[in-house]
Design a protein around this ligand. Structure first.
Ligand code: UD1
Ligand code: UDP
Length: 371
């Protein structure tokens, strides 16, 4: 049983679901908590994955508490009805933590995809750092995307035999889409002018809500004002806390396009067409280096250190002045840009899902005896 609730879980689990479905003898049930509604559907449609069970928990403006107490009994019923051999979860959302807790209460083993990422700051990212640590406690099989993630788990006392380094399935998803025929022909929501430079921006972290988010928007205003050859595009996340701040701060600003969230094909096309990326997203930090696009990480901490160590991402924080100066360096200093604009894939080789499916089969595969 695979559980997903949000956009990144759909993107990162779709290749795992496909790999499992390609193996004979595997019965795969996909449960959607629908913690996200439109964003999840948009992501799943691209991969042609339809959930078998939909728990429809999303409420507009949901609090963490409301979400948590809606997911727990709904997952309890889904697990009791499905009686899976293993529950597969991915990442660090409330869906992941609460679904793992529900499985634990029924003594169903949990396999955690993208296990072991740590910022080592309990409140940053919030609540994801805690969700990931709590999920690790409830997990039987940890699929660490990188060696660094494996080391984090070992330091916390997880037995080596329960950890496998698989790569991150986001690279599988990216390859699946960017190497498909539809990628090159996907219609774009804006005209790409090769004589101008496009900056792709995404923002949605809870710990930035309020002043930091507005400060970041102010930085984007300054960057465009001081660089006439630069355009900014922001597909605005559906969280009302993001919508309110971003629309208020950036509506009508010259050369800043505020778009609806983009389907994954279109989003990747725009990423590829961009000069560099400014983001607080986990997945986007992992994807942009594959296309050789530098990433400015608009967060105070990251649990994705690998791209920073590789020199293709920079943790610039959430203060406007620091964002403006880091962006200006990339825009004004060609050699600084070239040092970061190297295609590299520190998070995986595109075969993580096959490894995960093989490991799941090796650990949980068994003959069903029909009497
Ligand atoms: C959630 C995850 C975060 C992840 C992000 C990916 C938690 C606590 N947060 O944050 O870790 O990085 O998803 O995008 O698990 N909404 C819609 N339609 C949608 C999706 C969201 O209207 O399709 C609005 C709703 O008003 C909803 C609100 O956004 O109540 C917040 O959604 P929620 O999943 O609680 O938090 P995110 O900020 O999306
Ligand atoms: N993404 C997308 N459309 C968008 C913005 C992002 O398809 O308009 C994809 C992006 O490529 C990445 C994932 O959504 O794979 C990241 O989701 P998000 O930033 O919401 O969550 P996080 O990764 O931070 O948990």
């Amino acid at each position: 049983m695979t559980v997903l609730g949000t956009r990144p879980e759909a993107i990162k689990l779709a290749p795992v679901i496909k790999a499992l479905r390609a193996r004979p003898g595997v019965e795969t049930t996909v449960v959607s908590t629908s913690q996200h509604r439109e964003l999840l559907r948009q992501a799943l449609d691209v991969f042609e994955v339809t959930p078998d069970v939909d728990l429809s928990v999303m409420q507009p403006g949901q609090t963490l508490e409301e979400l948590t107490v809606r997911v727990l009994p709904a997952m309890q019923q889904a697990i009791a009805a499905g009686q899976p051999d293993v529950l597969v979860v991915q990442g660090d959302t409330t869906t992941v933590f609460v679904a793992s807790l529900a499985a634990f209460y029924q003594q169903i083993p949990v396999a955690h995809v993208e296990a072991g990422l740590r910022s080592h700051h309990l409140y940053n990212p919030f609540p994801e750092e805690a969700n990931r640590r709590l999920t690790s406690v409830l997990t039987t099989l940890h699929f660490a995307p990188t060696e660094l993630a494996r080391q984090n788990l070992l330091r916390e006392g997880v037995a080596d035999a329960h950890i496998a380094v698989t790569g991150n399935t986001v690279v599988d998803a990216l390859h699946l889409i960017s190497r498909s025929a539809r990628f090159a022909t996907a219609p774009l929501p804006l005209t790409i002018d090769p004589t101008r430079r496009l900056l792709l921006v995404t923002l949605h972290r809870r710990e930035s809500f309020g002043g930091a988010l507005r400060d970041m928007c102010g930085a984007l205003r300054q960057i465009t004002a001081s660089h006439p050859g630069v355009d900014v595009v922001i597909p605005v996340h559906r969280n009302p806390a993001v919508q309110d701040a971003v629309l208020e701060e950036l509506s009508g600003v010259e050369r800043v396009s505020l778009l609806e969230p983009l389907d994954y094909v279109t989003f990747l096309r725009i990423m590829q067409a961009s000069y560099f990326v400014l983001t607080d997203s986990g997945g986007v930090q992992e994807e942009a280096p594959v296309f050789g696009r530098p990433v400015l990480v608009l967060r105070e901490t990251t649990e994705r250190q690998e791209a920073i160590d590789a020199g293709v991402a920079r943790l610039v924080g959430t203060k406007g002045e620091n964002i403006v100066s880091a962006a200006a360096e990339l825009l004004d200093d060609r050699s600084a840009y070239d040092r970061m604009a190297r295609a590299t894939s520190p998070y995986g080789d595109g075969h993580a899902s096959e490894r995960i499916a093989d490991l799941l089969m090796a650990r949980f595969g068994h003959e069903r005896h029909v009497s």
